[in-house]
Structures are given as structure tokens and as C-alpha cells.
Design a protein around this ligand. Structure first.
Ligand code: SF4
Length: 388
């Protein structure tokens, strides 16, 4: 059934195109309408759609089903690929492939969003969100031949999405044996817009779930998996330092600071550094200084941190409801409590599995240390000041 959905996605790329351009149109309207037509109702409607529904929905979908948003709906992805088919077609240079770029740009973008009040002002949204779209178009005009170089190497939110989608319960599974045994002549290579080596695909990290490889050589299929199983089975060379830094300082530190403590740039930076460093040090202590295990345990924090990010985004929706007279303050503790319990159970399970190789006593010590690293994250999510 789910395999059929993947295959249908492959066969009906014409429908996907229509859908994508409809989203581009809607996105353009939402960006521009409140600026050229500055009525309170228009601004409120776009704020609700953009920050109240779209952003928390996208974050949740990443954790649940992977990056379908990027491959099937994202207007920036559609436009950068479209322009790239007609652009200069240059090869992405080495400097542009620097793995830290998305993280660095995301951190800058979060600070910029706060400075421009992007969540509350139509001009701020246009400058920050629209600015990223223009950068995506520029990348498409210069690099790639019909590929999404922007999405693969630079897109700032992709840095978070690639972490969150490791939790998801769907992925494109590749059967290497079938791939190699495919009858000759083999079909044309997959037109993967993310420039991925589909034959070796084992992770949701960069896969945009566009479906263009579904059924290839009768070896690729959309499949279910246990949520978080990708994190449990990562090999040593799939564990990345920039991911570990991103989890501690961006997914946890900067996200929580940006949501709850954004009175000034100094406050955001102070909370980011304090929270990120506390979590990082607790992970190092949990792993008794073993760098690889500390980084591995960092991935174990993603479910709790991701749910914290989604709850923070959902709080913006609640603040909009509160402005309309709904008693959002009464709902908030329950919402947060449910998210924290779910995140603790999910991350706790990952911590248990990730330490399975250790002798019993060291394992118990590592689990205790991991629980200590989860504690400040859970406390922030549950007890941080609300945004309304
Ligand atoms: S591997 Fe590439 S072609 Fe296949 S679904 Fe992912 S992004 Fe699309």
C-alpha cells in the first residue's frame, strides 16, 4: 500500500508539478499581499497561515514522515530546480559543499528573524523568508542542471529537517541485491534532484522523498520503519560532528532561546551558549569522554528536541488563538507536558539502544548521564516562559 503511494508519486510527477506551482503561487501571495495591501485582516490571515499552521505542520511532518514537504510542496525547491534547468548549469564548487553552511545560515537566519520580527511583521517575513527564496533562485541560476543545489548544500532549514527526518517512520528503502541483479539493459539513471547516490541510500538525511526513484530497477520502494530506527543503526562514518554541534547549539540551544528568551540579541546568545554547552558537556560526561559515543547520544536527543521545537512553533498558533479570545494559557501546560513525556520516552529508548554495546555498569552510568542531558532540555520545554 505505502509502496504503491511511492510508485504513484513517481508516475504522476505531472500532478506533483501542478501541486508545486500552486504552492508557489500561494506562497508568493502570502508573502506579498500583506505588504502591498496592509490591512489588519490580511496581515493576521497570513500570520496564521505562515507561522500558525505551516511552520509547526512542516516540523511535525519531518519527524513523522520525512522530508515530503521539501520534495513535493516546497516553493523554494520548485523554483530553484526550475531555474536551474535553464541556468548556467555550473558544478557546485568545493567551498559551497562545506557541510557546516546550512547550520551557520540557519543560526544567522534565526537571529535575523528575531531582529526583523519576522513572525509578527509582514515586511520582516518578506525580507527574511523571501530573502531566502531569492538566494535559492540565485543558486539555481548559477549551479546544477535541473538539480536542487540550494536544497542539498545551502538551505538553512534543511539543516534541521535532515536531523528531524531521521526520526521518521517512512523512507525510501533500497535493496542492493535487487539493484545489482536488475536485468539488462538497465533503465536510465535516477534523476535525483538532490544529487544523491540512490544505490547507496541508507538515510533520510538528504532525501527529499520526491519519489522519482521509486521502483527503479525494482529495488527502491517507499517503506515503513520503526520511528527513530535510523538513529539506532547509524554506522560510525555516518555520525557527524556538525550534526552533534547542530543538535546541541541550534536544535536545542538556539531554538529554545529564539522561542522563549528573545528579549534581546544578548539574551538569545547567552541562552543558546549556556543551554547548548550544558547539554554538550553532559553528553561528553555520559560517554566518559568517548567522542563517538557522545555524538551518537547527541542524535538520541533529537526526538525530545524536535518535539520541543514543534511545541514552540505551535505556541505561536496558541498565541494567535489567545488574541482571538481562546483560553490558550489553560491548554499550554498540558500540551507541553504531553510533548515532554513523549519526547523523554522516545529519546530515553534511543539512549538505551545506543549504549547497548557497553558493559552493564558502564551502560548504566552512560544512561544516567544521558538522562542528565535530557533534563535541561525537558525543563526548558516544560517551564520556559510562554510567548503570550
Ligand atoms: S533519493 Fe533522490 S530521487 Fe529518491 S526520493 Fe530521495 S530525493 Fe527523490
Amino acid at each position: 500500500m505505502i509502496r504503491d503511494f511511492g510508485d504513484r508519486l513517481y508516475r504522476r510527477q505531472d500532478v506533483v508539478r501542478w501541486l508545486q506551482w500552486a504552492v508557489v503561487l500561494l506562497y508568493g501571495l502570502l508573502l506579498v499581499a500583506p505588504v502591498v495591501w496592509p490591512r489588519a485582516g490580511v496581515a493576521r490571515l497570513t500570520e496564521i497561515l505562515f507561522w500558525g499552521i505551516w511552520w509547526p505542520g512542516v516540523i511535525g511532518s519531518m519527524m513523522l514522515v520525512g522530508q515530503f514537504w521539501c520534495g513535493v510542496f516546497c516553493p523554494d525547491g520548485t523554483v530553484t530546480e526550475f531555474i536551474s534547468r535553464r541556468g548556467r548549469g555550473g558544478k557546485a564548487p568545493e567551498w559551497l559543499r562545506w557541510a557546516w553552511w546550512p547550520l551557520v545560515i540557519y543560526a544567522g537566519l534565526t537571529l535575523l528573524s528575531d531582529g526583523f520580527q519576522a513572525h509578527r511583521s509582514a515586511w520582516g517575513t518578506l525580507l527574511v523568508v523571501g530573502g531566502m527564496s531569492v538566494a535559492g533562485m540565485a543558486a539555481g541560476a548559477v549551479y546544477g542542471r535541473g538539480k536542487r543545489v540550494w536544497c542539498r548544500y545551502l538551505c538553512p532549514v534543511a539543516s534541521l529537517f535532515s536531523l528531524l527526518s531521521r526520526c521518521s517512520m517512512l523512507h525510501f528503502k533500497v535493496d542492493r541485491r535487487r539493484w545489482e541483479a536488475a536485468p539488462r539493459p538497465v533503465p536510465k539513471p535516477v534523476d535525483c534532484p538532490l544529487l544523491l547516490d540512490v544505490r547507496r541510500l541508507t538515510s533520510n538525511e538528504k532525501c527529499n522523498m520526491c519519489g522519482r526513484c521509486s521502483g527503479h530497477r525494482d529495488a527502491v520502494e517507499l517503506a515503513w520503519r520503526r520511528p527513530g530506527s535510523e538513529i539506532e543503526t547509524m554506522t560510525d562514518d555516518e555520525v557527524r560532528p556538525w550534526d552533534a554541534v547542530g543538535i546541541c547549539y541550534v536544535l536545542i540551544g538556539l531554538s529554545q532561546a529564539g522561542i522563549h528568551w528573545h528579549a534581546s540579541l544578548t539574551q538569545i546568545l547567552a541562552v543558546t551558549l549556556a543551554l547548548g554547552s550544558a547539554v554538550a558537556l553532559l553528553l561528553v560526561a555520559a560517554a566518559s569522554g568517548r567522542r563517538l559515543l557522545a555524538m551518537r547520544l547527541g542524535y538520541g536527543l533529537i526526538p525530545l528536541a524536535g518535539l520541543g521545537l514543534m511545541l514552540g512553533a505551535a505556541e505561536h498558533s496558541l498565541s494567535l488563538l489567545a488574541a482571538a479570545g481562546f483560553d490558550a494559557a489553560a491548554v499550554l501546560p498540558w500540551l507541553r507536558g504531553t510533548g515532554v513525556l513523549l519526547g523523554l520516552a522516545w529519546s530515553g529508548r534511543l539512549g538505551w539502544v545506543l549504549t547497548a554495546d557497553l558493559p552493564l555498569l558502564r551502560r548504566l552510568g552512560a544512561i544516567a548521564g544521558f538522562a542528565a542531558a535530557l533534563a535541561p532540555v525537558a525543563a526548558c520545554i516544560q517551564f520556559a516562559p510562554s510567548s503570550f
